[in-house]
Design a protein around this ligand. Structure first.
Ligand code: URA
Length: 438
């Protein structure tokens, strides 16, 4: 029998907690035996004093087991693999990746999040598709994964409920930015989905949770070692978020970019490099491919043959969306009332892009949220975004804004031009993939 104050004191005094003490904390978070003040104090003690890898493994497992853990045993017999991103602006990779990897023979049951603040969420992008149900019952989710090898759904309240309360208390106690707490939070939810292996996309840069490469490496190493310690083979790629990913930011616009990508109409090079690299890592961790060359070839062939596009289309239909989305998206996806060019105010090169500010410009237009209960305008955003390093002449289009009305468009253009520097000299562009952690 443990008292909350004794467990908190132990962590405050920089002593490691036992598995039983961590279990007591997580039970207390779930059933209310730890008050908000006690949960907040514990989060702060962890924030200040950290945790050993063993402690983080125990915290992750206890949080995973605080709710339903999906059991695929009687449903699926192929490898079960997923990818998780720490969040970025214009990050629509999951939408391409899931059908590519499914087309190569793996099962990809993806449980994705809503966007919050400047980062977008995969679930919000899918909700831009009329009829798409991101909240099916568990049996419906399992049926779709069995039939299509992939389904992307929203986080449910039954998965890792202890994380839900802990995260909301961390949010108001300045304890979000803690590597042990972020690791346990992300992994508890991912492992509750019953995965056999996982690939992490840890974003770094001015639009990411981790602003510098050292912190990104620490987070990636923590997630990889804890997930491996929990018995789920995991690799991580550290990828750049110093500019939006791809050419669009905004929910319906990103769905259109996904369709164009899967059909081969246009594949923005940085988006393509990350997508194929993550797909290849998923094929390796799930043992569908035996080396990186074979894994890359398989992923590229799934795209080139049209199989990935076909699986995407079937998954959309299975989840309640329109069967003709891939051929009729222009008439199906919501459209903004006002579409205006954003032009370069002078000649030069696209320099520093304040990626967070571009994400916040989307929020200001109603395309992203600052609290979980907000409803979104799926039509708004930016398209035709010119990447960092692009040479431009005065008056060249550097992006297009999609807004609901003139004042909104005016403000978004102003915010975009403030966020994007036009440099008079050539600029160094960060590589899209920094490092592999395994
Ligand atoms: N995302 C999560 O799910 N948890 C965190 O702690 C941070 C980001």
């Amino acid at each position: 029998m443990y008292l909350p104050q004794n467990i908190i004191r132990q962590k405050r005094n920089k002593q490691a907690l036992t598995e039983a003490e961590i279990q007591c904390f997580v039970d207390g978070v779930k059933n209310g035996d730890f008050t908000d003040a006690q949960v907040g104090s514990m989060a702060m003690a962890i924030w200040l004093n950290g945790m050993t890898t063993q402690e983080v493994v125990c915290l992750t497992m206890a949080m995973r087991d605080s709710g339903t853990v999906v059991d695929w045993q009687n449903t699926l017999d192929l490898p079960i693999v997923d990818k998780h991103s720490t969040g970025g602006v214009g990050d629509k990779v999951s939408l391409m990746l899931a059908p590519i990897v499914a087309a190569c023979g793996a099962n990809v049951p993806m449980i994705a999040g809503q966007g919050l603040g400047h980062t977008g969420g995969t679930v919000d992008k899918l909700e831009a598709i009329p009829g798409f149900n991101v909240r099916p019952s568990l049996p419906e989710f399992q049926k779709t994964v069995k039939e299509q090898r992939t389904a992307i759904i929203s986080q449910t309240k039954d998965l890792a409920p202890a994380d839900k309360r802990l995260y909301s208390i961390r949010d108001v106690t300045s304890t979000v930015e803690s590597i042990p707490l972020i690791t346990a939070s992300i992994l508890s939810k991912k492992l509750a989905a019953g995965l056999e292996s996982l690939v992490m996309d840890v974003k770094v840069g001015n639009g990411a949770m981790m602003a510098d490469i050292e912190s990104a490496k620490k987070l990636a190493n923590s997630i990889v070692s804890v997930a491996n310690g929990a018995g789920t083979p995991t690799q991580a790629l550290i990828t750049d978020m110093n500019q939006p990913l791809g050419t669009t930011v905004g929910n319906a616009l990103e769905i259109q970019e996904t369709i164009d990508y899967l059909k081969g109409k246009y594949r923005e090079p940085r988006l393509h490099e990350i997508t194929i690299a993550l797909a290849a890592r998923m094929l390796l961790t799930s043992k569908i491919a035996s080396d990186i060359t074979q894994a890359t070839d398989l992923a590229e062939s799934a795209l080139a043959s049209g199989k990935a596009a076909e699986i995407f289309s079937q998954m959309i239909t299975a989840m309640g969306g329109p069967a003709d989305l891939l051929t009729n998206s222009e008439n199906i996806l919501p459209k903004a009332n006002i579409i205006k060019n954003i032009v370069a105010p002078k000649a030069g090169f696209i320099g520093t892009m304040d990626t967070r500010a571009i994400g916040m410009a989307l929020v200001q237009m109603g395309g992203g949220r600052v609290d979980h209960n907000q409803t979104l305008d799926y039509s708004v955003g930016f398209s035709d975004i010119k990447p960092k390093g692009t040479k431009v002449l005065e008056g060249d289009i550097i992006a297009i804004v999609h807004a609901q009305d003139e004042p909104q468009a005016f403000l978004a253009i102003k915010q975009y031009l403030t966020a994007v520097e036009i440099s008079s000299t050539e600029v160094d562009v960060e590589p899209v993939i920094h490092e592999l952690i395994q």
